[in-house]
Every structure is written in C-alpha cells, then in structure tokens.
Design a protein around this ligand. Structure first.
Ligand SMILES: *Cc1c(COP(=O)(O)O)cnc(C)c1O
Length: 473
C-alpha cells in the first residue's frame, strides 16, 4: 500500500509560494476566524503528484485492461465524449440561468431525447433520472399514476422474473408495489405458463429485461406483451442491456410502454464507483401526461398538471447527456447498429471458445453476454468461481460478474463488450482454459490468489460487515 498524504507531510513544506500581499489588511473579528488551524498535509507539488499517481495505480478501470463485468457494459468510452463534455460552453453554464441564455444546452437535450425516442420506439423521454435504478423508480411511479388516473386502484402487484437485476424488485417495492416473482423456463426466458398463472386485474406491470441477464433474447416477447396488456397491466423495459440490440430492434415495437436506459452503460460514459450516471425514461403517449416536472418538452419546461413530481434537482446529469449525445452523433444510426452487432459477435465468439471447458448455463446463441456455471469445477477441485476471479486480478483482468444471476450456481456472467479486439478475447479464453488445468493440478494456488495486487486476499465477509473506510492516524 502507498503512503497516506499525511505520512508524506513535513512541517513547513509547500507546493506553492504566494506573492506578498499588496493590498490593505482587513481585520476579521473572532466570529469569522476559525479557532484551530485546519489539519492539512504540508507537501510539495511532486509529493502530491506521486501520491495521486500511486493511488491511481491501485485502482482498476477500463482504461487499464479487459473488464468483462456482465450486465455493467464496461466498454471503452471514446475520448471525444469527454472532450465535448469539457467544453467551456457546457461546463461554464449554471442551472439557474435564464433559459434564453442556454439555448445550445436545450438544443442538445432536445436532440438527445429525439434520438433516444428513435432508438427505443418511444414517444417522449425525460432526462431527469440519474441512474438506471432511479429510472426504474421513475417509470414505476408513472405506471402507478396512470392506473390511479383511471381509478384502477386494485393493481398492487408488479411481476418480475427470477433472472432480473436486483434493482427491479427493489424499485417495485419502493414504488409501493408487492413483487410477484416468476420462474424462468428451461431455455432461460419467461415461463409463459407461470406468467399466465399470476396474471389478474391486480397486476400493475411486468418488468422485463430483453435480452435478460442471462444474455438471452426472449422470442416470446410479443405474446408476453399481449398477455400482460390483456389484463390491463403495462410493460416496463429495463434498458440496461440495450447495447445488445440498439439499431436492431426497439422495445417500443416489442410492446413495452415505458423504458429506462443507462446512458452510462450503453451510451458510453465512464462509470463504476458510483460516479455520475444518467437513466432517462422513455414513455408511450399514454404515460406522457405524468412525466416528471423538469422534463423538456418542445424546448421548454412546461407545467405538467398530472406530473408525478420532480425526480431530482434541475435538468438531470447534463454532462453525461453531452457524452451520450456525442456518442450517438459520432456513430450515427448505422454505427450504433454495428456496435450492438459487435457486442453480440464478441460474446458468442468467447462463449464458443470456452464452452468445451466450462458449462454454459443456457446453451445456444447468446446476445451481448453469457453465463458459465463453475459448479462442476467446484465439485471436482474445490476451486470456486470467487477463487478463479481472484487469480484473474494477477493477470490484469477485472473479473466477470460473480454469483449472478442467482438462478445459476457458481455463476460467472461474462460481457466482453463491443470494443474489445479478437486478441483480447483470445487472451482471456487462453487464461480461462489454463486456469482449469491449473485448478485440477494445483487447487491451492487459487485459494490464496491474488498475489501481485496492492491488497491481497481479503476476508470478504469481514470487509462487507465491518469495512474500514478511514485510516486511523
Ligand atoms: C446496471 C443495471 C441496472 C441498474 O442501473 P444503475 O445505473 O446501476 O442504477 C438495472 N438493470 C440492469 C439489467 C443493469 O445491468
């Protein structure tokens, strides 16, 4: 581990030297003066530079190496997006400025909303929500407002398949609904008979990801949509996996009434570590009257009498929207379609290379990701998915998503993304195949991995239950 900045501190050392005052001194009274000096490190500029460089080397991001974290779409984010988002005309404006003085920003947000409508087949978008989960919550409030506006108050339940991302049931719960879980069929899609069995006039909505977190496109989607609509329910589309289908098929055409997108995944803003995101929500016409306050409509922010209210301050995470718009404009419609094509091609290539060595949970053509089960490996060698993942860190690779979806034992969910080369995919496949041989010949090797990272094997339970988030000085 590198030193703390305080451990580098030497009394009196400075990074900058200010010129002598050349203006009259002002006497501040005691109420304006602090009673103790702030505890700051006394360090030189080179100390600070090396400190932050050392910290950055202890972290791992997409710019460091392959990051196949299933569902999270950790793809390369073209640097032009950041360049555009750092233009002074965008960074220098203030959210309380008069709208006439920020027409460029309004133009950009309007253009982005139109593009997102085009990509998803929706009628209107709001850029208010700040993340995928925030979009889910917003979408469910829209659904609730719709049913309430029709005095249809019996609808207290939301259906969520057992392969869903954990945020889906959590959002439904937060929006005041009880969650009805339905099982997946043997092919990994929605079990249509199980769906029929829970459909009634108490159902507010079905939440679905298509392709789902198993990386599978549900071919029964048209029938599923009809069934839900027939009982008066609405369809919510979790669009976090849109990089599998953008430019190919549209949720709006599949029968969905409301969608959220993860601009920080599909539309290319660096994410992870909880950094700024954007989870815009798109709706069909029937939900438009309920859109949040602060939704741009025809380049103004009209009062919306039936609105669900404001979902956040001001206009959403504007600079994430600048990145997304840059990404869409620089790729164009054909470029977006090519990106999703590559995402699916890469995932299938990697799955084909690995399937003889590790069982694929749901064999067949996948979309942008696939799930392996390491249960056999664990049974025969004692090496768990977790152990294998720790060893990847020594190879400069971020592990795939582990132990998710919950319906697959010892799951590894692998999303190579569209931006990786064949060489990178081959290196990963070779590593995984080598790992299997090593797990058989030397299982203990994996129990103690990683060996070369700044922090070695941690006690995961202790780290989660009693995290030490602050140095004791
Ligand atoms: C990432 C993700 C979410 C949640 O998005 P956040 O921006 O992290 O809140 C929801 N559903 C799926 C399928 C996801 O991959």
């Amino acid at each position: 581990m590198s030193q703390l900045i305080f451990e580098r501190s030497v009394t009196g050392r400075r990074g900058i030297r200010l010129p002598d005052y050349d203006c009259p001194a002002v006497n501040l009274d005691d109420t304006q003066l602090r009673s103790t000096t702030p505890r700051l490190a006394s360090v030189s500029e080179v100390d600070v530079t090396r400190h932050y460089m050392a910290l950055s080397r202890q972290a791992f991001g997409v710019d460091n190496g392959f990051y196949p974290l299933g569902s999270c779409t950790m793809k390369h984010n073209p640097k032009i997006n950041d360049h555009m988002a750092s233009l002074a005309g965008f960074t220098g404006i203030h959210p309380t400025q008069n709208l006439e003085t920020v027409e460029g920003a309004l133009e950009l947000m309007d253009g982005l909303q139109r593009d997102l409508c085009e990509v998803t087949g929706m009628d209107a978008f709001t850029l208010q929500p700040s993340a995928g989960a925030h979009g889910e919550f917003t979408g469910l409030l829209l659904i609730r407002a719709y049913h309430q506006s029709r005095n249809d108050t019996k609808r207290t339940k939301v259906i969520v398949p057992d392969s869903a991302h954990g945020t889906n049931p959590a959002s439904a719960n937060m929006a005041g609904y009880s969650v009805v879980s339905i099982p997946s069929n043997p092919q990994g899609g929605v079990d249509v008979e199980a769906l029929k069995a829970v459909l009634s006039d108490e159902i507010a909505a079905l939440m679905l990801t298509n392709p789902n977190t198993l990386g599978l496109f549900d071919p029964n989607i048209a029938q599923i949509a009809d069934l839900v609509h027939q009982v008066g329910g609405l369809l919510y589309y979790d669009g976090a996996n849109l990089n599998a289908i953008m430019g190919q098929v549209r949720p709006g055409d599949m029968g969905f009434d409301v969608v959220h997108l993860n601009l920080h995944k599909t539309f290319s803003t660096p994410h992870g570590g909880g950094g700024p995101g954007s989870g815009p929500v798109g709706v069909k016409g029937l939900l438009m009257p309920f859109l949040p306050e602060g939704t741009l409509i025809d380049k103004t922010y009209p009062k919306l009498p039936k609105s669900i209210g404001r979902m956040r301050s001001y206009f959403g995470n504007f600079l994430v929207n600048v990145r997304a718009y840059t990404y869409i404009q620089s790729l164009g419609g054909e470029g977006l379609a090519e990106a999703s094509f590559m995402a699916v091609l890469n995932a299938n290539y990697l799955m084909e290379r690995l399937k003889a060595h590790y069982p694929v949970a749901y064999p067949g053509t996948c979309m942008h990701e696939f799930v392996l089960s390491l249960q056999d490996l664990k049974d025969s060698t004692g090496v768990r998915a977790m152990d294998l993942c720790k060893a990847m860190l020594d190879n400069g690779i971020h592990p795939p998503t582990m132990y998710f979806p919950l319906i697959v034992h010892e799951a590894l969910m692998i999303e190579p993304t569209e931006t990786e080369s064949k060489e990178t995919l081959d290196d990963f496949a070779d590593m995984m195949i080598g790992f299997k041989e090593k797990a058989i010949s030397d299982p203990d090797f994996f129990k103690n991995a990683p060996y070369t990272t700044p922090v070695k094997r941690v006690d995961d339970v202790l780290a989660a239950r009693k995290p030490i988030l602050k140095a004791s000085l």
